[in-house]
Write a protein that binds this ligand. Structure first.
Ligand code: MN
Length: 296
């Protein structure tokens, strides 16, 4: 079928970025523990929620020591947003009050929309070996916060990949180089890429200037414009007017990094632990509903 506008570009050409965003600042995560004593690094902390709207939190976990993860995350509630868990190594079992259950294996993603509320557990299904991955919290617009809970386990083989020029991009959400990711979200248009770069490899991703974006490097080192972004650092990308994307390259040892971007909701954010709503009143209601057993 003919299209009236010549907006389709060949998927054989890598997406061009002519005015890449500079790095606004580098962030070092805060070591903390959550659940039943799971050690993790909180990379996107509460004070960055406005800056990185619609993203509310990013935890990076990675340890070879079972004592750091064996306690897992026993039953706890959520309301008002989505959790996206991406496993690099290890196995984690999920069960929730809506009757969902699934096993996360290396390379798998679990996308859970808490909506009006779920109670769930996230427990390691191993007693030794490495556990590594990320949990990202994605906000919901006000009108979606009390929707029915929803859940999807995405198997490793169901995450589309793009390869070219020494780069493998696992496309968890959004779209890159003509490849649609495993998940799409209309309101926030999240982009979530896991980039594996060979030494010296380059990658460019178009991004609307108004979308908030960051890169977190988990292996090696990445260069973005004038900035070297070392391992275990998050680079917040400036929303430079007129910019059209991000361009990055790997250092001489290659690199692995996640690139996350989304359209800000620009709505009030009220958070109390695992509840993220728009007003304090809604938070009180969430706590009350939880105590009264209305989240299960
Ligand atoms: Mn949880």
């Amino acid at each position: 079928m003919d299209t009236p506008v010549a907006s389709t570009t060949s998927t054989t050409t890598a997406d061009a970025v002519l005015a890449p965003r500079p790095v606004e600042r580098l962030v070092q995560g805060q070591p903390t523990s959550d659940g039943a004593g799971v050690k993790l690094t909180r990379v996107l902390t509460q004070n960055l929620q406005r800056r990185l709207d619609p993203f509310l939190m990013l935890d990076a976990f990675g340890s070879d020591a079972a004592a750091d993860y064996i306690g897992g995350f026993p039953d706890h509630p959520h309301r008002g947003f989505e959790t996206v868990t991406y496993m690099l190594e290890g196995r984690m079992r999920h069960k929730d009050s809506a009757g969902h259950e699934g096993l996360l294996t290396p390379g798998a993603v679990q996308w859970m929309t808490a909506g009006r509320g779920v109670i769930h557990s996230e427990m390691p299904e191993q007693e030794e070996g490495r556990m590594e991955g990320f949990q990202l919290w994605l906000n919901l617009p006000a009108r979606e916060k009390m929707r029915e809970p929803w859940y999807r386990d995405i198997r490793p083989e169901d995450i589309p990949e793009w390869r070219g020029g020494g780069v493998t991009a696992r496309v968890i959400a959004g779209r890159t180089q003509g490849v649609a990711g495993a998940m799409q979200r209309e309101d926030t248009e999240p982009l979530y890429l896991d980039l594996h770069l060979e030494p010296g490899a380059q990658f460019a991703q178009p991004l609307p200037a108004a979308h908030n974006a960051f890169v977190y490097v988990y292996r090696g080192e990445v260069q973005i414009g004038q900035n070297a972004v070392p391992q275990q650092r998050m680079a917040i990308l400036a929303n430079a007017p007129g910019s059209d994307g991000v361009a990055l390259s790997a250092g001489c040892e290659g690199a692995r990094a996640i690139l996350v971007a989304g359209r800000p909701l620009n709505e009030p954010i009220a958070q109390y632990g695992p509840f993220v709503m728009n007003t304090q009143q809604e938070i009180f209601q969430a706590v009350e509903d939880f105590r009264a057993g209305r989240l299960a």
